[in-house]
Design a protein around this ligand. Structure first.
Ligand code: HSE
Length: 410
């Protein structure tokens, strides 16, 4: 018999408890041992809840109970989650988490603590919600030299962009809807400005390339500057604007992780990933490319990954799995994104085609319905980003927007 403690009874925590009891019989069969939830930690009161007797506000109840060998951390944030998780691991209790901020900022340390204490720190739910990506990347694709990963890793922004494009909803209305549906973080800045996607690409990068990639080292841009006009140009170009988290190997042996909105052409499966769904392409020397697709956020989809990790942790019986990476002391293995060769979409006002030709040479012009007379939109030729910056500044007129074109074929 193994007892479980659930830390946090918010959207994912309540989903974890609900799913566990809904499918308890088959979960126990798959785990190969009897399991039950003994504690739910939350500072709030839940009077009348069918699980009322399990609630505690004191982490020591869990830490000091030797019956509890499995812990699901679904509180979010680094503090106090980090202290709680570390203390559980130090007591030899395996921890599973959906907390991408915790894994992205403290993953290497927690993985080391788990190994030192003969238990496991698992985080399938931290990236891609319901989508199996952590284990497939570590296990099923282990024979490959991974060359790149690119994905739509944030359900909220994909939901917002989809509503803006398909239903002409304004940004605030779409964000409110995403929050009501439980997709958005409490503070939507993390979704909208790309920090959430950044944490997830850090986790995938660390796992794929074996060294901890810290969020501060990753260039990150969100969707707050994307306009309905940009979305319309992208559609007429033959694609869609998506918030892309990616990492790729560079010619000098470094890696380039990055988060930014990008024009994704219709030939790439990622352009068809809509609403709250996430899609992740993994490129490897043997597989060429594989795609993972599914619900990237929400109560039961995320709980699905949490409960699966609990089942796996229950089966491991004191063995510590190899799904881990080394800590890194500096970021010398991260390439400078300004050296990356990329094509840009450019929207300008008050610039002539002659000037565009003088600065960029031949470009691909785009059009949209009701395009104002002074507005030009085009795709510039590929060049290093730092060279593009110089040319864009030389255009004159007014630069209304620039968006990178996703370079990974798909
Ligand atoms: N806010 C996140 C998203 C939740 O929208 O993808 C899942 O990590």
């Amino acid at each position: 018999m193994a007892k479980i403690a659930v830390l946090g009874y918010g959207v994912v925590g309540s989903g974890t408890v609900e799913l566990f009891y809904k499918n308890k019989d088959s979960i126990i069969k798959k785990a190969g041992k009897d399991l039950d939830i003994k504690y739910i930690l939350d500072i709030r009161e839940f009077p009348g809840s069918p699980y009322e007797s399990k609630f505690t506000k004191n982490i020591d109840d869990i830490l000091n109970d030797s019956e509890v060998t499995l812990v699901a951390e679904v509180m979010g944030g680094v503090h106090p989650a980090f202290d709680f998780v570390k203390a559980c691991l130090e007591k030899g209790k395996s921890v599973v988490t959906s907390n991408k901020e915790l894994v992205a900022k403290k993953g290497a340390e927690l993985l080391k603590t788990a190994e030192a204490n003969g238990c496991n720190f698992l985080f399938e739910a931290s990236t891609g919600g319901a989508i199996p990506i952590i284990r497939p990347l570590h296990q099923c694709l282990a024979a490959n030299d991974i060359t790149a990963i690119a994905g739509i890793l944030n359900g909220t922004t994909n939901f917002i962009l989809t509503k803006m494009i398909n239903e002409q909803m304004d940004f605030d209305e779409a964000l409110k809807m995403a929050q009501q549906l439980g997709y958005a973080e409490k503070d939507p800045t993390a979704d909208v400005e790309g920090y959430d996607a950044c944490r997830k690409i850090c986790i995938l990068s660390s796992l794929a390339f074996g060294k901890h990639v810290y969020p501060d080292w990753v260039h990150c841009e969100g969707i707050s500057k994307i306009t309905a006009e940009d979305a319309q140009y992208a559609e007429n170009w033959g694609g869609a604007v998506k918030l892309i988290g990616s990492v790729k190997k560079t010619a000098d042996g470094k890696i380039l992780p990055m988060v930014r909105p990008a024009f994704v052409c219709n030939g790439n499966q990622l352009s068809h990933v809509s609403d709250v769904f996430n899609g992740i392409m993994v490129y490897g020397d043997a597989v060429d490319q594989v795609m993972f697709y599914g619900r990237g956020a929400g109560k039961l989809p995320t709980a699905s990954a949490i409960v699966a990790d609990l089942i796996d942790a229950a089966k491991m019986n004191g063995t510590s799995i190899s799904q881990k990476w080394e800590d890194s002391t500096d970021n010398s293995f991260i390439a400078d994104y300004k050296d990356d060769v990329v094509a840009f979409y450019v929207r300008t006002e008050g610039v002539s085609k002659e000037k565009v030709a003088e600065v960029f040479g031949e470009v691909e012009y785009l059009s949209r319905e009701n395009q104002p007379a002074g507005e030009l939109a085009f795709i510039a030729p590929e060049m290093k980003e730092k060279d593009f910056d110089v040319k864009a500044a030389a255009l004159g007129g007014k630069l209304l927007g620039t968006v990178r074109v996703l370079d990974l074929e798909g």
